[in-house]
Design a protein around this ligand. Structure first.
Ligand code: ATP
Length: 365
């Protein structure tokens, strides 16, 4: 049987708490599906930095490089900083080191969660934001400057090679969703009417679209997108956008379906991928056992799906789909975490999910 190495980095604060229950769920899935996952636990994060002066334990970056996938909790604490004032954020280094160019943020309304939009179709919200994660305006980090205390300059960078792999990835994701009944639409979100770099982004999008005739490829300006995400978010399927736009629009997306505790994330490259909840270490609620583990569980499901798809392991894909469905069934059955006004602790919510794995597996068939 194949063995897949998973580097597990719980990190700080609630990252450790949501990771602990995700690993319990993985253990149940392992015994049911025989996944062949070999978990390697690694130290790192802000608390680790405070103790040791290092953000990651020795050898962890290399261990992550050779792993088949990286499962990440959350790292960073507001009062622990590098001498230059920046926060401890090794996942940003990994993004660059491992070429994780596609930040994938699914936005889906779960059953029984508070409707943020007072519209009957709000329960149909189910789209994916793909945030370009290597360049765009963020390419200016460390390069931007202030001239004579009078002018600040930052430069956006868009490269053809990165766009081509980003769009191909996005079209393939739209194809996979279409095979599961979604509309098969990919929207390029840009500001091509104003910026040369954005017109270039759109031009490459249109070129790559020709290779995916079964997907409806269209464009939307980012400002109109913000408006339509409030007016009719149920019409979107997959959206791809530049880094800075993705940073902003994905928070809007998360807010549409109930906030950080529900928002999973995958950072995908050609050879590596990192899976983590979108939220941080939330020191205000850490240690109380009340963090919502849903984002972590859904990120774990994304990892199983990615590993299974990449290695042709159908049972791994099914395990991911089963976990995602079990989360839905747990919410449908009345599980409500504290951040959504309910009573379920972290472990109680995870238990509600575990209790639904059988029903989820038979629903998937
Ligand atoms: P970072 O910059 O590291 O992403 P942040 O300062 O943006 O972190 P988070 O750590 O994500 O913030 O937390 C923001 C707030 O959201 C927290 O104060 C916490 O109350 C709430 N929160 C975040 N994640 C969860 C969760 N999983 N369950 C419950 N509440 C959460």
């Amino acid at each position: 049987m194949n063995e897949f190495q998973v580097a597990v980095l719980p990190g700080d604060g609630i990252g450790r708490e949501v990771m602990a229950v995700a690993l319990e769920v993985l253990e149940v899935l392992e015994s049911r599906f025989g996944l062949g996952l070999a978990l390697q636990h690694h130290d790192g994060g802000a608390a680790y930095y405070r103790e040791t002066g290092r953000d990651l334990a020795p050898g962890v970056m290399e261990a992550c490089r050779s792993a088949d996938a990286i499962l990440f909790g959350a790292m960073g604490l507001p009062d622990v900083r590098f001498p230059d004032g920046t926060e401890i954020a090794p996942h940003l280094d990994m993004r660059r080191e491992f070429g994780l160019f596609a930040g994938v943020r699914p936005v889906r309304a779960l059953p029984n969660t508070p409707a943020i939009l007072a519209h009957p179709r709000a329960a149909e919200i189910d789209f994916v934001i793909i945030r370009e994660s290597m360049e765009g305006l963020f390419a200016s980090r460390g390069v931007g400057y202030v001239e004579d205390d009078r002018i600040a300059r930052e430069t956006m960078v868009i490269t053809r090679d990165n766009c081509e792999r980003l769009f191909d990835f996005s079209f393939r994701l739209a194809e996979r969703r279409k095979a599961k009944g979604r509309p098969g639409r990919l929207t390029c979100v840009d500001k091509a009417n104003v910026f040369v770099a954005m017109a270039f982004f759109r031009k490459i999008f249109d070129e790559r679209a020709k290779g995916f005739p079964d997907i409806r490829a269209d464009h939307h300006y980012v400002d109109a997108t913000a408006l339509d995400l409030l007016r009719k978010p149920w019409e979107f399927d997959v959206m791809v956008m530049e880094n800075m736009f993705g940073d902003i629009i994905s928070d809007l997306g998360g807010g549409l379906v109930g906030g950080m505790g529900l928002a999973p994330c995958a950072e995908i490259g050609l050879e590596h991928a990192l899976f983590q909840p979108s939220h941080g270490s939330a020191p205000d609620i850490a240690g109380q056992g009340i963090a919502n583990p849903t984002a972590m569980l859904l990120s774990t499901a994304m990892m199983l799906d990615w590993l299974g798809e990449r290695h042709g392991q159908e049972s791994m894909v099914t395990a991911g789909a089963t976990l995602e469905r079990a989360v839905d069934l747990a919410f449908a059955g009345g599980a409500v975490p504290r951040d959504l006004g309910g009573r379920h602790t972290t472990t109680e919510l995870a238990k509600a999910v575990i209790d639904q794995l059988d029903a989820a597996a038979s629903a998937i068939g």
